[in-house]
Ligand binder design. Structure first.
Ligand SMILES: [Zn+2]
Length: 559
């Protein structure tokens, strides 16, 4: 562990040196390449660079992005890849550039809820978060009535509409996180404990916007959200990003945000409503939205909007026999950049999330090259702006570089095991496609086993980049680290996961420490390599299972 005073001093020096920073290392200077491809040593060496304070937490549109993109390009080139993107002028590029809007609050907003007992004002970041997706410099909501809309779900195919009979125009929707059958567990069409897309916060805000709400507030509860308030708070200091949209965000609520649990409980009490009883009612079919008494909400957001350029980084190893058919490996290279300081450290280094996955891209590329050219092409995509809402993947979905119908599968990596070898590897979204069978066989060959999604209620399948590849119809494989540790078993594995979520996830302390052990991660990646290699050297087209929500998209693209 580095002493904090050293870190603070280093941060100052680097900030000053930034404008004239030396170029990143040339290919032959990439330390990881001194170790064997896909080895624990090589992975850790990349992570040490990518998660160093010099890379400033790898936020899109910053000097940290520039360093990251340059490092990845050089590493891809040194690993034997070719630039993956064909430009209109016939040349090729390593980057797929895209413009994103970054909206930064310039005021510190106050959320004021006024009722018969007077006005109460809440503090930004600690008690609530708020932003706007509208590209307006000032958004002002005054005395808008609050309406509790349960889970805020409108699912016509399930005959479920929490907005039935209410006109949300000029009003603020107050919404529960996750979906209506998360707590009860009996499947009401939302997968029981498993989360569906209706449970995701992104969906809640989209739907509130479609309903014409003036504002949308989600009540934070740690279990159904699957993360603590600190995760929401950590995002309050940074810009909000979006892909450039034609309607300039006009179809979104004026403001979107979260309130913490204490504020929510106080608000329900002031409205004379019983939170637990209403929540139970919201879990049943036929729930009707409930006006929250005399309560009115006010907030003003002043936002500075910039357009920033960022990039997905794409390299390809062309196939010897069928270069048009492509296996994709993806991992987001970005992280949060500067974030609220903890003990004087304001760089969210994102070592596990996702310097590890980025390192894996390079090492898989080296490994494919070392083992000889595959029959099909294998592409490696470092995606941008995952932390801002899977935006690099969304942009790729809108502008696929490789034809989706010719894309055999996507294997996505977000957080490679850094805690040591495990007997198991977890498949997030297990049961959706034949990719399950391929990884099962690869693990069996290692004397290991597959574990189905351990927390489908947390909706991890919908929380990383592969979602947008799935929406293109491409079968995806997304694994999560095993918990049955060779050293310490399930008990130790669970404890390590819980400690990471509580202490390091999206915090400045997601850094490389003495405790890191990439040998388990290297073994996991060996299995992902085996899956990709088998697909790249064969002619299989893995398929979605019958009930998978993405099967129709694949059929529409003729595979
Ligand atoms: Zn991540």
């Amino acid at each position: 562990m580095k002493p904090r005073h050293w870190l603070a001093a280093a941060a100052l020096t680097l900030a000053g040196a930034c404008a004239t920073a030396a170029p990143p290392p040339a290919a032959h200077e990439i330390a990881a390449f001194n170790a064997p491809p896909l080895s624990a040593e090589a992975l850790l060496a990349h992570v040490r660079v990518l998660a160093s304070d010099e890379f400033e937490g790898r936020a899109p549109g910053t000097a940290g992005e520039q360093r990251t993109v340059e490092y990845l390009q050089r590493a891809f080139e040194a690993a034997g890849l070719e630039p993956g993107v064909a430009l209109p002028d016939g040349t090729r590029s390593w980057v797929q550039e895209t413009q994103l809007n970054a909206a930064t609050l310039t005021n510190t907003p106050t959320l004021t809820l006024t009722g018969r007992d007077g006005a109460r004002s809440y503090e930004y970041a600690t008690q609530f978060s708020a932003w706007t997706r509208r590209l307006d410099p000032t958004v002002s909501i005054e005395n808008a009535p609050l309406v509790f809309v349960g889970y805020g779900v409108n699912a016509p195919e399930l005959g479920w509409n929490d907005y039935e009979g209410v006109d949300m125009r000029g009003k603020i929707a107050v919404i529960l996180i996750n979906d209506p059958d998360f707590e009860t567990g009996d499947d009401r069409g939302f997968g029981g404990r498993a989360m569906t897309y209706y449970g995701r916060w992104t969906y809640k805000f989209e739907e509130a916007g479609r309903q014409g709400a003036a504002g949308a507030i989600i009540i934070h509860e740690t279990a159904p959200a699957a993360y603590p308030w600190a995760v929401i708070q950590s995002a309050t200091g940074s810009a909000r990003w979006d892909v450039v949209r034609a309607d300039r965000g006009a179809n979104r609520a004026g403001f979107e945000g979260w309130i913490n649990n204490d504020v929510a409980m106080e608000t329900f009490r002031r409205a004379g409503l019983d939170f637990n009883r209403l929540k139970a009612r919201a879990q049943t079919r036929g729930f009707r939205a409930v006006p929250m008494g005399a309560l009115r909400g006010s907030i003003e957001l002043q936002t500075q909007i910039e357009t920033r350029t960022t990039a997905n980084v794409i390299g390809v190893l062309p196939g010897a026999e069928r270069p048009d058919e492509v296996i994709l490996y993806s991992a987001h290279w970005d992280h949060l950049g500067r974030c609220p300081a903890v003990d004087g450290d304001d760089i969210c280094n994102g070592a596990l999330d996702n310097a590890t996955g980025t390192a894996a891209l390079v090492e898989l590329a080296r490994r494919f090259n070392a083992d000889g050219r595959p029959q099909r092409s294998v592409a490696f995509i470092g995606l941008t702006a995952e932390e801002q809402g899977l935006l690099g993947a969304l942009y790729y979905m809108q502008h696929p570089v490789f034809a989706p119908r010719n894309t055999v599968a996507t294997i996505n990596m977000d957080g490679v095991n850094n805690a040591g070898p495990t007997h198991d590897l977890e498949i997030v979204g297990f049961g959706k496609s034949q990719m399950d069978d391929l990884i099962t066989e690869a693990l069996q060959a290692q004397g290991r086993r597959v574990e189905p999604d351990s927390s489908p209620e947390a909706g991890y399948f919908y929380r990383s980049d592969h979602l947008h590849f799935a929406q293109l119809g491409i079968p995806v494989l997304y694994t999560s680290n095993g918990v049955d540790m060779v050293d310490g078993g399930v008990e130790r594995g669970r404890a390590i996961n819980e400690a990471y979520v509580a202490d390091n996830y999206h915090k400045p302390s997601d850094e490389v420490t003495e405790a890191w052990d990439m040998t388990g991660g290297a073994q996991d990646l060996e299995a992902l390599y085996a899956v990709g290699r088998r697909l790249a050297d064969g002619d299989e087209w893995p398929e979605w299972r019958e009930n998978a929500e993405f099967r129709a998209a694949r059929e529409a693209s003729h595979h």
